[in-house]
Every structure is written in C-alpha cells, then in structure tokens.
Design a protein around this ligand. Structure first.
Ligand code: BGC
Length: 732
C-alpha cells in the first residue's frame, strides 16, 4: 500500500511539470502563500445549498463553491458577501448550477438539439442560457453533457448528443463556446463543465451508475473525443463520473484524470467530482472508508469534492487535513488542486467583481422576442419527420376540424424535459395553445386527453374516439413523461409506456387520417406505429416554444429538417446498435452460419442521420478531384443535390468515410463531415467536402494516429444508410 502511495506521489509531482503557466500564476501563488491548510482544503469543498451551519464554515474559509440551484441574485449576493467580507482572506465563492438546455427560456433537450445538426444555433442557445443564468448568480454550469451513448435504455441519453463522437465533438465545442463566450470575465458568461468524465454513457445494460468495461481503443475513439473537443474549446472544468471504468472508478482514475487530462492534453482547468462520487468509492469497494476515498479521489486528480460534505459522510473536508498530517498526501497536491480552483475564480473575474451586477443585466437585457425566436428555431430544427406516406403533412389549410389527442396536448411541464432550471410552466406554449393560435377560429379543435402516460386506465378512450370521429384529421401526441428520461431513469423496454399504443390502435380503427407525434427522451421501439400510421414525427421535448414549433411544423410553416443522431432499434434486444459497427467475419446472408438474429433483421428501424422532409432531395453526380493521392494530401469530393419535391427545404448532407482495409479492424463508416443546406423548389446545388489526412487517420495498434496507404470509400447522403459512394487511393 505504502509503496503504491509513494509511486503515486512521485507521479503527481511529475505531473505538475506539465501544468501550463498562465497569467494568473503569480497572483495565485501569492494568495496560496497566505492560506492555511484548512483554507486551501476549503477551496476543494463544494456544498449543496446553504444551511445555517454552512455560513459559519464560509466565514472560516472552509467552502470553495456552492451548488446553489435557482435561488436568484439576491441570495447569491448575500452568501457571497459572507465569503468576501467575513472570511479571513475574502476569497469569493463560485456558485454552480445545472443549466443544461436553458435557464428561464427552455430550449429543446440536448438530444433534440443535436437533431438540428446546427451547431451555430446551439451555440446561440447556450449563450442565452448563460446570460439568463448569470443574471441570477450562476457562475458555473454543469454542462455540456458530452457523454456518447449507444444504449437508449440509459435515461441520460437525453442529455447528450447521441451516438457519434464526431458530431458530439462539434456540439460540445458549440456549447462550451456559447456558455463561456470569448472571456469568462464578461458578466454574461458562465464557466462550462464537460461531463461526465468518462464513458458514463456506456453503463452496462444501460442501467444508470453501472460499471463500464471497454477497451482503451473504444475509450479513445468513442468516449474521449467530445471531452478533447471541450478542452480545445477552453472548457473551464470537467466533471468526473459515477461509473467504474475498467476496474478503477472514474472519480479515482489516475489514467484518465491525470495522465490523459493533464499530461496528454496539458489542460489546467478544474476537475470536480460528480455528486458524492468520491464518497461512493466506498460503495464501489475501492476504498475502505471516506478517508481512503478522499485520498484516492484527490491523488487521482479530482480537485473538488461535490456534495461529499453534504451527504451522509464527509469526504474531502474532514479527511484531507489528516491525510496531509499523516504524510499520505503531499501538501503540494492540495496546493495544485487549490490553484486550479483559484485560477477559475480569477478567470471568472470574481476577485474584482464578486457580486451579481444587476444593473448590467438590466441594461443589457436580451429581448424576449430574440430569446423566443432562437428557442423556436431550435425547436423547429430539432423535429424529425420519421414518416409521411400519404403526405397528410403538412396539413391542408382547408381542413375544417382537427382532433388533438393525448397526454401531452395541454401539458406544460413534461415538454420542458428533464433539467428545466428556472423554466416556468406558465411560460411554456402548450401544444393546444400553439395550434389554437395558429389556426385561430378557421379550424375547429376537438381535444381529448385519451390516457395517462403510464398507467392502464383506458376510460378516456371512447371520448378520444368520438373526438377523432368528429374531425377531418387526428393528431395523437404520445411518449414518455419527462421523469422517464434523465438521471436514474433507465428502462429495459423502449415501448411506449402505459396504454398509449392501445389508444393509437383504437383511433387508427376510425380510419381517419392520422399523425402520431412522439415526445420522449430516447429512441422508442415504434414498429407498429411505423407500419400502420401514415405520418409519424419525433418531437422529443422541445421546451418553451413547443406548441408554436409543433403548429408551424404540422401546418408547413416549418418544413422538418432534423436528423436522428441516434439509431432507432426495432427492439431493445438489438442494443447496442449504432451505425459505425464493424464488419464481421460472417456478414449476414441467407446462409445459416452468418451474423444475424433468428427473430429480427440486423438493420435498425431508423438509421443514424435519418430524417425526412416534406420535400424530397435527390443525390447524384458524385465526383472526386483525384483518384490517387499521397499520404499527406487532401482530396475534394463533390455531389449534386436537387430539391425534387414540392416545398423549399433544408437538408443535412452527411459525409462518411470507410478505410477499406487497415492494420486493425475499423468501423464500416464514420461520419467525417456534414453541411446543412437550403434548397428552393427545383433548386440544385453542388456541395463539396475537402478530405484531409486527419479525416483518414485512425489510432493504430499502439494508439498512434496514422494514415495507412490503401483504398478509401467516401459516402455522401441524407442519412448513414442511404448514400452514394466513390473511392480513391492513398499511396505512401
Ligand atoms: C448528476 C450531474 C449533476 C449533479 C449536480 C448529479 O447527480 O449526475 O450531472 O451535474 O448531480 O446536480
């Protein structure tokens, strides 16, 4: 044990060699010299909320930051004043909060936003969220959540960008830039926190908090890239996750927290644990008690212990001092972590401006119109049209009556999705209101609740049926209540909960033109609906502007352009299913001994990148600038896309690449680029992509980035399956 600790101490002092000097170093060192050990440890302690007893501890300099929630500027200023005016050194506190997809203005849930494939818009939404949150005292948001997830049973899939590391990296960067702006000192910005580091989205069986056992290759190729992108975009912090990773809990994992973050990536931000994840090292049976947990968490590289001091047992706060005094932790290790926290306080400008400047926010208000317009645009672009066979959509403006059925129609809470911060249900546009406002009194609305989300009460079916019978068109809004996605919301079945499918079947029997709108935080298994209902929309949880976005879409003011960023399986039994699987030695054919199921096709219901439009796009004339290039060369590929349908529309043109043969087995294809384009009726555009050596590279057997000579296939299309391809060759 002792030997191991000495080794760890040596490693830690070596790692400090890699710390990046910056403009604050001198100030930080001066301050640190004045601090007692207790005060330094105080910087590493984050408490949740402020109870009476905490105020005393703030005065004693024993708290560095607070997870405050949405208590508002006055309360934040009140508590801050205690730290600044009543503690010995007057070091300001950082106030943290979960601002995940909006603060007061609620944007679509992250998985929905990702379906927009519009990072610029996502960045604007994050900017608005930062402004609103900062105006009420938040300095630090626990977002973006950048966990790649290939398992829709995991409820937290809703908080991320889906299954793809390339798209996930682009969105991670957009969110970090949106939250942090160009300078964290600007009052309208908040520090970002890329979470949950790392591989939390790979929990076995999709069960939240469960163990993760993946290869280093999978870690580096799939789960690390969005974190790296966040780091490159300047994320101020990273949160270590709850899960055990390859035998070492992620919140005590020296390899990921120090070797990768500090040494490889040379990053000097703050690492914070997840909520009591250091204390939980005891439950992992990785530490005998809270004291050993504190030792292991800190020495692995977790600077701040979130909530460890608020939950049942104290972790960093009481134990770090003893650990230093007993020689088990070098004070330098405490200093390094305290420096990281102080650096963030300097970066945020808190030493100069510790208080919320209400005047600034009053004078620089973002107009409600502006905020709503971004929330609406993002909501519209997040909507994915899954099917529109008889072209029921967009709804004919000549219809006289419409039935709106289902538990979402008048709901204003679930449609905000999980993590709705200071979002107010009264400010959310419900589906009923959105549609009423759109149609005014031109169209009669027959509303019926139908059934609850998740019980077996069918007593509302007959009323729903008569609403349907009295109407020209029926729209049913079904899905999951928001409590079914997010944290601790794993499911073994992806079916619609309760009797919602029975309701659809009953209404389907009326023979009325039918549209099903799904609202949920994960892919659902919707085979029956897909086979039997002619129009199906995936609307996720769209936030404040839900009703307006839905109305605009149903009536064609918005032509859907969203594309799935996560594969929709036919059944939960197909999980994990994602587009970048590898080739097997026995590709599926009709022959018996090939890689397939007895009871299901291998293919998903909807592939990654899938999404329809009210118009149609045709792809053709793919061209490549050179058929042969050398290893450091780039090549240009282009394709013509034509709007062949009846509406103007946006299309997400996706570029995938396959390295045909390599020294390790590689995925059948990987997304390497995309462009979202606008095409008017009949318009044709030539779209081109530059393919750089970086896009052809992969990690070889030694985890080194290489490009290997050989053939590459380039695929372009409107989803990951429906592509046109062309090949070229790379020589030495
Ligand atoms: C979640 C984090 C969140 C934290 C603070 C945890 O339970 O896993 O994502 O940031 O709580 O609210």
């Amino acid at each position: 044990m002792m030997k191991k600790i000495i080794l760890l101490l040596i490693l830690i002092s070596i790692s400090s060699i890699f710390a990046q000097p910056d403009e604050y170093d001198e100030k930080i060192s001066e301050l640190l010299d004045k601090m007692t050990l207790d005060e330094k440890i105080g910087q590493l302690v984050q408490i949740v909320g402020v109870e009476r007893f905490s105020e005393q501890r703030i005065k004693e300099g024993k708290v560095g930051s607070i997870l405050i929630g949405t208590r508002g500027a006055d309360e934040v200023n009140r508590i801050q004043r205690i730290a600044v005016e009543e503690s010995r050194l007057g070091i300001p506190l950082i106030f943290a909060n979960d601002v995940i997809h909006g603060y007061r203005t609620i944007f679509p849930v992250p998985l929905a936003e990702a379906s927009s494939w519009n990072p610029e818009l996502i960045q604007l939404a994050s900017e608005i969220a930062a402004f609103e949150a900062a105006s009420e005292g938040t300095h630090w948001t626990y977002a973006p959540m950048v966990d790649i997830c290939r398992d829709p049973r995991w409820g937290r899939i809703v908080e991320g960008s889906g299954e793809d590391p390339f798209l996930g990296s682009i969105i991670a960067a957009a969110r970090v830039k949106g939250f942090q702006g160009s300078n964290l000192k600007n009052k309208n910005t908040v520090a970002a926190c890329a979470k949950h580091y790392v591989a939390y989205g790979s929990a076995e069986g999709g069960r939240d908090y469960n163990s993760v056992d993946i290869s280093e290759r999978t870690l580096r190729e799939i789960y690390l890239p969005p974190f790296y992108s966040a780091v490159k975009s300047g994320t101020a912090s990273i949160m270590s996750s709850f899960n055990d990773l390859n035998g070492i809990p992620a919140s005590a994992n020296y390899f990921t927290l120090t070797e990768i973050l500090r040494e490889e990536w040379k990053w000097n931000g703050v690492v914070i644990s997840d909520y009591n994840s250091i204390g939980e090292l005891v439950n992992h049976r990785f530490a005998a008690d809270k004291k050993e947990a504190a030792l292991k968490g800190l020495t692995a590289g977790v600077d701040i212990d979130m909530a460890g001091d608020t939950i049942d047992g104290d972790v960093y706060s009481p134990h770090l001092k003893n650990l230093v005094e007993e020689g088990l932790i070098d004070e330098q290790t405490i200093n390094n972590s305290a420096k990281n926290v102080l650096r963030l306080k300097y970066k945020l400008g808190l030493f100069d401006n510790p208080y919320v400047d209400k005047e600034f926010f009053d004078q620089n208000q973002l107009s409600k119109n502006y905020k709503d317009s971004i929330a609406l645009k993002l909501a519209e672009e997040s909507i994915v049209l899954l099917k529109n066979e008889k072209n029921i959509l967009p709804l004919d403006k000549g219809i006289k009556s419409i039935a709106l059925i289902g538990p979402f129609v008048t709901d204003s809470v679930n449609i905000m999705g999980s993590w709705s911060a200071a979002g107010r249900p009264a400010e959310v546009i419900t589906i009923l209101d959105g549609i009423k406002n759109f149609v005014t009194d031109r169209i009669k609305i027959n509303y019926s609740f139908g059934c609850n989300f998740d019980d077996d009460d069918t007593s509302g079916f007959s009323e729903a049926e008569s609403a349907a019978l009295q109407s020209d068109v029926v729209i049913i809004f079904v899905g999951e209540p928001r409590s079914m996605s997010g944290e601790a919301a794993s499911r073994t079945s992806l079916d619609l909960p309760g009797v919602q499918l029975d309701l659809i079947k009953r209404i389907h029997q009326t023979g009325k033109p039918l549209v099903v709108v799904l609202m949920n935080g994960r892919p659902l298994t919707i085979n029956w609906i897909y086979e039997n209902v002619s129009s199906v929309i995936e609307a996720w949880y769209l936030g404040s502007q839900t009703g307006k976005a839905i109305a605009n879409t149903l009536f064609g003011k918005n032509n859907p352009s969203g594309k799935l960023t996560i594969t929709f399986p036919r059944s939960a039994g197909q999980i994990p299913i994602y587009y970048y699987q590898k080739s097997t030695g026995r590709p599926a054919t009709d022959a018996k001994y090939t890689s397939k199921y007895l009871d299901s096709p291998n293919t998903p219901l909807f592939p990654f990148g899938y999404g329809k439009s009210y118009t149609t796009f045709s792809y053709g004339n793919i061209k490549i600038s050179k058929a042969l290039i050398s290893i450091n060369d780039s090549v240009e590929v282009s394709i013509d896309i034509t709007n062949t349908g009846k509406f103007a529309g946006d299309e997400v043109v996706q570029l995938y690449i396959q390295d045909e043969t390599a020294s390790i087995t590689l995925p059948v294809k990987l997304l390497k680029g995309f462009k979202k384009i606008k095409l008017n009726l009949g318009e044709k555009k030539e779209i081109s992509f530059k393919i750089t050596p970086d896009m052809l590279s992969f990690l070889d057997i030694e985890m080194k980035k290489v490009v290997e000579p050989g053939k590459f296939k380039v695929m372009i299309g409107g989803n990951s399956e429906d592509v046109i391809s062309i090949s070229f060759e790379v020589t030495e």
